[in-house]
Design a protein around this ligand. Sequence first.
Ligand SMILES: [Ca+2]
Ligand SMILES: [Ca+2]
Length: 198
Amino acid sequence: MLRRAALNLVSGLIGLAVTAIPVMAVTIDFDDIVVGGVFRTVPADQYLSEGILFDQPIEIVDVEMWSPPYVGEFVAGGGTLPNAWVILASLQFEATFVIPGTSIPTTIDSIVLHVFDTNVGTTFGTLEAFDLHGTLLATITETNTGGATTYEVSESGIARIRITDDGDGAFWDNIVFEPNGSTPVESKTWGDVKAIYR
Ligand SMILES: [Ca+2]
Ligand SMILES: [Ca+2]
């Protein structure tokens, strides 16, 4: 009886521990990079400590160096200076969400990305979101009518995103995502806990 009570207590404490983890939104603004010119390539794991791992190195652009006339429009569209992530024509990138500083997969429950594209009348590119099993959760392809937009997906269990450029390149900036506060791959199940106390 006491053992059962102890197990129930442990169970309760674990539930408390999971819900007590603060969920903090993460913002990747690319402005921490010293570009030192127009472009600079940074490694795929540049933002691993923030919980995002790209599938290949990414290109960071100094927006003002690239084209001063577009700076005002870029900022008005939600971009921040000096930098953005540039996806050049027709390229495709993926990013997975991980426990910060590790390669352990985790999921997020929402993501927002600002996109800037000077080619009005084309699309901003396509954003797809997948769960841990590779199931497609959402697809966004928006036509560019004003030079900038916000792509937003709110779905429980986003493990990976894919961005595909439409053929003329675009700037992506201020990626904001919210970790779900637990680690579905690593978290202990009730069975694990019983095994520990058996
Ligand atoms: Ca920025
Ligand atoms: Ca475009």
